[in-house]
Design a protein around this ligand. Structure first.
Ligand SMILES: C[S@@+](CC[C@H](N)C(=O)[O-])C[C@H]1O[C@@H](n2cnc3c(N)ncnc32)[C@H](O)[C@@H]1O
Length: 262
């Protein structure tokens, strides 16, 4: 059992949701400018608090949906970070960031950046995993002109690969995530943790609830719930995509943490 308080310095709103600041200023200080353009980055304050809560110096944390490498901030506080990412441009950003941090001599731990489909790269032995998965159809290119030009440009640039979970339809997404969770369970040591941040989506005016399916996926694979928090996410790229599609915008994001049974 973890004997710490999650995010002790942050307040909650009237719904009991954590309030974390926007991370733009902090990100600009640490990451190359190009990293700002990734459409769905994990908030750095959320990431930092998860790292502090679940892990200790010297432990290995794996992010199998690495994106621009937000989780790499763990290497600034003595963790060994492994990032997996499918898309070459994001892997390049991760590697540029590592180089920058080496030049500035601010790494207290290490970062490894692996390119490929996480279903092929896993299992990979680690103490903890922290990730934020995309969702089915998030990044479909054919949006029938529903998006404004700027948002459509970002979606188009995002990916071409059908191995990207964000481009799969719901059927193939569920199959893919099932295989992925098998490999997540194989990767994390007993007593280690998995933390997932995820925002519900809205389709046809209905809220699609994901926390339950994430909880089912991990508890059926030998994990127990450690904590389930929500935080109020400031309007992000995906909210603007959904807004442009005329959908209800969802502002709260789940932070789900699990521990692997001994
Ligand atoms: C929600 S974003 C994660 C962003 C990341 N947390 C950050 O802060 O930058 C999901 C990432 O998973 C990547 N991805 C999607 N399918 C993948 C796969 N099969 N294997 C590895 N990475 C994948 C996407 O390219 C995208 O960068």
């Amino acid at each position: 059992m973890i004997n710490k308080v999650f995010a002790p310095e942050y307040e909650k709103d009237e719904n009991g949701w954590f309030i974390f600041p926007r991370d733009v200023t902090w990100r600009r200080k640490l990451f190359p400018q190009i990293a700002m353009e990734h459409p769905s980055k994990m908030n750095m304050y959320v990431c930092q608090e998860i790292i502090n809560y679940v892990s200790e110096k010297g432990e290995t944390i794996l992010d199998c949906f690495g994106g621009t490498g937000t989780t790499a901030i763990g290497a600034l506080v003595g963790r060994s970070i492994v990032l997996m990412e499918l898309e070459r441009p994001y892997v390049d950003i991760q590697r540029e960031t590592i180089k920058l941090w080496q030049e500035r001599d601010i790494l207290e731990g290490s970062v490894m950046s692996l390119q490929g489909d996480n279903r092929k790269l896993l299992p990979f032995p680690c103490d903890h995993m922290i990730f934020s998965p995309p969702y089915a159809n998030d990044m479909q290119k054919k949006t029938g002109g529903a998006l404004n030009e700027e948002i459509q440009r970002q979606v188009d640039q995002y990916t071409d690969s059908m191995l990207n979970f964000g481009r799969l339809n719901e059927f193939f997404y569920v199959q893919g995530m099932d295989l992925l969770y098998d490999k997540v369970a194989e990767s994390v040591r007993s007593g280690g943790t998995v933390s997932i941040t995820h925002r519900d989506r809205s389709r046809a005016g209905k809220r699609l609830l994901f926390a339950d399916s994430i909880i089912r996926s991990l508890t059926s694979r030998g994990f127990s719930i450690l904590a389930h928090h929500k935080w109020k996410a400031p309007g992000a790229f995906q909210s603007r995509v959904n807004e442009a599609r005329g959908a209800k915008v969802i502002l709260d994001e789940d932070i789900l943490m699990f521990v692997k049974d001994k």
